[in-house]
Design a binder for this molecule. Structure first.
Ligand code: SF4
Length: 284
């Protein structure tokens, strides 16, 4: 049976592959080809809005690079030369590969073979003419950027003119503990952000949610704005800020206390960030 791929369809098993899956991206307005290294649904954080089913604490398992290559070639050829768009009834205006995004069911930089996997994806996508037209994106919580293998991977990404989307949901220790369930301090996160910007183009991605009807507090807003001011004055070159809220239901125990923030709230906060001199885009 043919399934329609839409902006709300994120079924990673839709094409029956282990590492490669298609998403019609709201943010990008076309096909985003996702690569999932975390086939065990393991992450080193536990964000309360996380939509990974059966999320567990841990790292990505060892990868089968040959299988990754075979799947990527097969899938890209199906999109370029086959009837992929017809089979999945993709809207005409979305029939364009916007990006290849490493965005798995967990933290992708925890993969031991991270630089090799990034190099392989870059090579295959270039050979098949996907790069440089389409973007190469890494979506990460940034917590492991200090590791040598992660920095090496970011340099590979940079060689393909790729970009890092670095998660920063809160600039307070309380907010990080509540939203991301991480013990990593804000300072350590910012240090990693600096390292990321030295390796590759980097944007901040910030998911803002309404927890327990608290909305977006003045305290959280001012801490975030202060941190961005500090980041800018340190000479760190950020390519932009991506603000968004939950588009789908959380699969975490806190789900019943979570609501997306309205576009009005996101837009008003985006305007405050723009006043600091950053490019900001908003999606939900
Ligand atoms: S970093 Fe991503 S995968 Fe990990 S818990 Fe948070 S939202 Fe889920």
């Amino acid at each position: 049976m043919v399934s329609k791929l839409s902006t709300t369809s994120h079924r990673s098993d839709i094409v029956g592959l282990k590492y490669v899956y298609p998403v019609i991206s709201r943010r990008m307005g076309g096909l985003s080809i996702g690569i999932n290294f975390n086939t065990n649904n393991a992450c080193n954080w536990r964000c309360i809005y996380c939509q990974v089913p059966g999320l567990t604490l841990g790292a990505a398992p060892e990868i089968d690079l040959k299988l990754l290559e075979d799947e990527l070639r097969l899938f890209l050829k199906d999109v370029i030369e086959g009837d992929f768009y017809e089979r999945f009834d993709v809207d005409e205006d979305k029939r364009v590969i916007k990006d290849i995004a490493i965005a798995g069911n967990g933290e992708p930089t925890s993969l031991k073979e991270f630089p090799d996997a990034l190099a392989l994806i870059g090579k295959v996508a270039t050979e098949l003419g996907i790069f440089p037209q389409s973007r190469y994106v890494l979506i990460t919580n940034g917590s492991l950027v200090h590791q040598a293998k992660v920095k090496a991977g970011l340099k590979v990404l940079d060689a393909y003119d790729g970009e890092v989307w670095f998660k920063l949901d809160s600039a307070t220790e309380e907010g990080r503990a509540l939203i991301n369930n991480t013990a990593q301090s804000c300072k350590a996160s910012v240090n990693n952000l600096m390292l990321a910007t030295q390796c590759c183009k980097t944007k901040l991605q910030t998911c803002l949610v309404d927890y327990d009807n608290r909305g977006l507090s003045e305290l959280e807003q001012s801490a975030y704005l202060d941190l961005l001011t500090e980041i800018k004055s340190s000479g760190c070159e950020l390519q932009g800020v991506l603000l968004y809220s939950m588009a789908r239901l959380s699969l975490q125990p806190e789900a019943s206390k979570l609501k997306p923030l309205s576009f009005e709230v996101l837009d008003a906060f985006a305007d405050k960030i723009r006043l600091l001199g950053f490019n900001v885009s908003v999606s939900r």
